[in-house]
Design a protein around this ligand. Structure first.
Ligand code: ZN
Ligand code: ZN
Length: 311
C-alpha cells in the first residue's frame, strides 16, 4: 500500500502554485468599488433561496437506503433539491415528486474522493487532474470531499495544491470542519467555494448535519449549478445567514444570538464579536479575501459565507 500511495503522489508532484493572485476565468461576480480597492462579491441578487444537499449515498454504493428512500427522506425534511452521489456510480433519478433531483457521483479512486455535481457519466480515471477535468467538461462541478477525514480519505495540503482547480471543497462534511484547507487554497490565490454536506449513508441518522442555501432565480438544475459555480450561496449546520456587500462594508445578520468571526488571508481573525444578531465589517484594504463564520450560541452550530475578494 505504501508503494502504491507514494506512486500516486509521484504522479501529482512537480506542481506549482498558480499566479496571478486570484483566478476567476469565467466566474460571475459583482464588482463593487470601495475607495481605492475593488470588492468581488459572489452575492448577486436573485429571486429565491433554495435548501440543498450535495452529498448522499444510496444502496447503489454503501448507503443503507434505496435511492427512492433517500430522495424521499430529503423531500420530507424540507429540502428543495438533492444531488445523489454514490461512489463511482451515477444513480438514476428515482422520480420522487416535490424535490429537484440533480444527478452526480462521488468519484472514489484509491484515496482523495471528489464530488461531481450535475453530471450523468462517471470516469474510470484515477488521477485527480483527469477526474476534475472530466467532471467540468460535462458542465458539472467538482468539489474535494472531506478534506479532514479521520478515516484515511482526507486530502493533504500538498495533494490539494497538486490537483487542478476544483470548484470548491467540503468545508463541512457532517461535523468535520476543514477551514484550514479552505484558507490555504484561498491564501494561495484559488478562488474556491466552501460547501457543507451530510455525506449521508444512513437514514435518518446522517440527515440534516450540513447543507447549502443557494440563491437562484428558479429551482432548475441549470440555475442551481450556475449559482453554486459562482459562489452565490452559503453553507450551514443550522444558522440562517443574510449577507449584503456594498461600498466598503459587508453586513451580515442571523436570527439568533451568535458569535461573528470575520476571517481573512491565511485564516487571520479580522474581527470577532459575540452575543449579537448582526454585524458590519468595514474594509481595511489589505485583507485579500474576507469570509464570515457565524457560530450560534445556543448550540454552537456553524454557518459560513463564501469569500468576498479584495483587489
Ligand atoms: Zn468519500
Ligand atoms: Zn460520500
Amino acid at each position: 500500500m505504501l508503494v502504491l500511495l507514494s506512486g500516486c503522489f509521484a504522479l501529482l508532484s512537480g506542481c506549482t502554485i498558480p499566479s496571478p493572485w486570484y483566478l476567476s476565468p469565467s466566474l460571475e461576480l459583482q464588482t463593487i468599488p470601495a475607495e481605492n480597492k475593488t470588492l468581488l462579491s459572489p452575492y448577486l441578487r436573485t429571486v429565491h433561496q433554495f435548501k440543498g444537499q450535495l452529498h448522499c449515498h444510496s444502496r447503489a454504493s454503501d448507503g443503507s437506503g434505496t435511492s427512492e428512500e433517500v430522495v424521499d427522506a430529503y423531500k420530507n425534511a424540507g429540502y428543495d433539491f438533492l444531488c445523489l452521489t454514490d461512489h463511482s456510480h451515477v444513480t438514476p433519478d428515482p422520480g420522487v415528486e416535490g424535490i429537484l433531483f440533480i444527478p452526480g457521483v462521488e468519484e472514489s479512486p484509491v484515496y482523495g474522493h471528489i464530488l461531481g455535481v450535475g453530471i450523468t457519466r462517471k470516469t474510470n480515471a484515477l488521477q485527480f487532474a483527469a477526474i476534475i477535468q472530466f467532471i467540468q467538461s460535462q458542465g458539472g462541478l467538482a468539489f474535494y470531499c472531506h478534506p479532514n477525514s479521520e478515516q484515511g480519505y482526507g486530502w493533504t495540503q500538498d495533494e490539494l495544491f497538486c490537483a487542478p482547480f476544483a470548484n470548491g471543497l467540503e468545508v463541512l462534511n457532517g461535523n468535520s470542519v476543514a477551514e484550514d484547507k479552505w484558507d490555504a487554497l484561498l491564501s494561495a490565490g484559488w478562488m474556491t467555494w466552501g460547501i457543507g454536506t451530510d455525506d449521508l449513508h444512513h437514514i435518518p441518522g446522517d440527515l440534516g448535519q450540513s447543507w447549502v442555501m443557494v440563491n437562484a432565480d428558479s429551482l432548475t438544475p441549470d440555475d442551481i449549478i450556475h449559482s453554486l459555480r459562482n459562489g452565490n450561496f452559503y453553507t450551514t449546520q443550522g444558522p440562517d445567514l443574510n449577507i449584503d456587500v456594498s461600498g466598503g462594508t459587508i453586513t451580515a445578520s442571523t436570527s439568533e444570538p451568535s458569535t461573528f468571526h470575520w476571517i481573512g488571508w491565511k485564516g487571520t481573525t479580522l474581527r470577532e464579536t459575540s452575543g449579537i444578531n448582526n454585524d458590519t465589517y468595514h474594509l481595511q484594504g489589505n485583507e485579500k479575501y474576507i469570509r464570515l463564520k457565524v457560530q450560534r450560541e445556543r448550540d454552537h452550530k456553524l454557518a459560513f459565507s463564501q469569500p468576498v475578494f479584495v483587489e
